[in-house]
Design a protein around this ligand. Structure first.
Ligand SMILES: *Cc1c(COP(=O)(O)O)cnc(C)c1O
Length: 433
């Protein structure tokens, strides 16, 4: 697979180079130059294929000339280590549960695959690499768990002191071994600034072999295609058109779905469900993309005013908004709507949605009300409700089973190194470790 910057199709790079550099020289995100199509045999056998095997087949189709089969299988087997079930609710609706990974959110798919891919690409190096990540919460813990115990990689997480939730802080600070949490006396922007400054400092960057693992890396994007294929194979109503409703923030999950579709997955429609951070629905309405300041909501992983993967979607459709509209709709919902949806779904199905999945459920319901045909609607449930206990009333809290791994994290020991928000302090800390 060759990849190119979405800003400049003239120059292409290998998968390895795209993973290592993260972003193209011209500042654009990487996308495959061409997307291969999966065979009819692959789709015919999907219903009886295990998730890990689906993941292997899809990644092989994408990376055939880049990573040998045996190595690729090992990357998949080591990263896709948890189940991805589909649950049926009433009214032709299913839930694709993406929260069975170590940090209880779908970011585990991308982070784990990226960690194993990087470890493989650098397997012959003798000197350790250093991953630096600034996090406001969930991304950092997925990356930390993804790289935890991965050989040749040392991870430093920078998080803003006092500005992440109790659960998030425990997920960031209870890992030992090759992961160190740096509690920064500042806000998230300070953390990001420190990471930027560290990468720009050539002495530091060289000495510690700094390596970026941020959310726009292609090695995080590609594995998010796997579960769309898997869900298609597991769907309950085999003869109905399939509609995916994706709770959307930075649009990485949605972009992966669209890539799966371009690789031949027969999807009738994608719905990008957003909270009040509604730049995408506005874009589909007006044809103009206008970034905005982000607004805080209860589905906070979707509080994004300038979604980074928008340029990838635009690239997939040659910048033609009418082409985008043929496959993609988008609607936005308030926190009040979200709470009502959570209560409705619990009453009707005895199923507890998390706030992100609830936004997707709202968007799907809106779509089904207008749709005249019978379709199979699949909601992507991106996080476990136990991560957001504060938003549920007492009657529902009791129905949420807190997974053992979360309980263990909450009872773990917090270990962090407190640092000022000065890049000098960060540098001397890193150099002496
Ligand atoms: C990151 C995240 C999202 C948004 O996904 P994007 O790929 O950024 O659109 C939705 N739900 C949860 C729980 C998340 O962590």
């Amino acid at each position: 697979m060759r990849l190119q910057s979405v800003l400049n199709p003239a120059k292409s790079v290998s998968f390895r180079e795209a993973v290592d550099t993260g972003i193209a020289e011209d500042g654009g995100l990487f996308m495959p130059v061409a997307l291969p199509r999966l065979s009819k045999g692959f789709f015919d056998s999907l219903p009886s294929t295990e998730f890990q095997e689906v993941a292997f087949q899809v990644s092989r189709c994408l990376l055939e000339n880049e990573i040998a089969d045996a190595d690729l299988r090992q990357i998949v087997d080591r990263s896709m280590t948890f189940p991805v079930p589909v649950r049926s609710l009433k009214d032709g609706t299913s839930v694709l549960e993406l929260f069975h990974g170590p940090t209880l959110a779908f970011k585990d798919f991308g982070a784990r695959f990226m960690a194993q891919t990087m470890a493989y690409l650098h397997r012959n190096e003798t000197q350790e690499r250093t991953i630096l990540v600034a996090t406001s919460g969930d991304t950092g813990s997925a990356v930390a768990h993804g790289f935890h115990d991965v050989q040749g990689m040392k991870v430093y997480l920078l998080y803003p002191s006092g500005r992440v939730s109790a659960i998030q802080e425990m997920q960031l600070t209870t890992l030992t071994g090759n992961v160190t949490a740096l509690e920064i006396e500042g806000n998230f922007d300070d953390c990001q600034q420190l990471v930027k400054a560290a990468f720009a400092d050539m002495d530091l960057s060289k000495a510690k072999r700094l390596t970026s693992a941020n959310s726009i890396n292609v090695a995080r994007l590609l594995p998010q295609t796997f579960y769309y294929f898997n869900a298609y194979g597991l769907r309950a109503e085999r003869n109905r058109p399939v509609v995916f409703s994706v709770p959307s923030g930075n649009l990485g999950n949605l972009t992966a779905g669209l890539i799966a579709w371009k690789m031949g997955l027969p999807v009738d429609r994608f719905i990008a469900a957003t909270n009040v951070n509604d730049v995408l629905p506005r874009f589909l309405g007006t044809g103009v993309f206008v970034p905005a300041q982000s607004i805080a909501t209860i589905s906070n992983a979707m509080d994004v005013g300038n979604p980074s993967n928008f340029e990838r979607i635009s690239y997939l459709f040659g910048g033609n908004v009418n082409e985008v509209r043929r496959i993609l709709s988008s609607t936005s919902y308030s926190d009040k709507d979200t709470r009502t949806m959570i209560a409705d779904c619990y009453r009707e199905n005895h199923y507890v949605l998390d706030p992100h999945g609830a936004v997707a459920a709202l968007a799907l319901r809106h779509h089904l009300n207008k749709e005249k045909r019978k379709v199979e609607g699949i909601i992507l449930e991106t996080a476990h409700p136990a991560k957001f206990l504060d938003i549920y009333d007492d009657s529902m809290k009791g129905a949420i089973e807190v997974p053992e791994r979360l309980r263990a994290t909450m009872h773990g020991t917090k270990r962090s190194v407190r640092l000022s928000a000065s890049s000098k302090d960060l540098k001397s800390f890193l150099m002496s470790n």
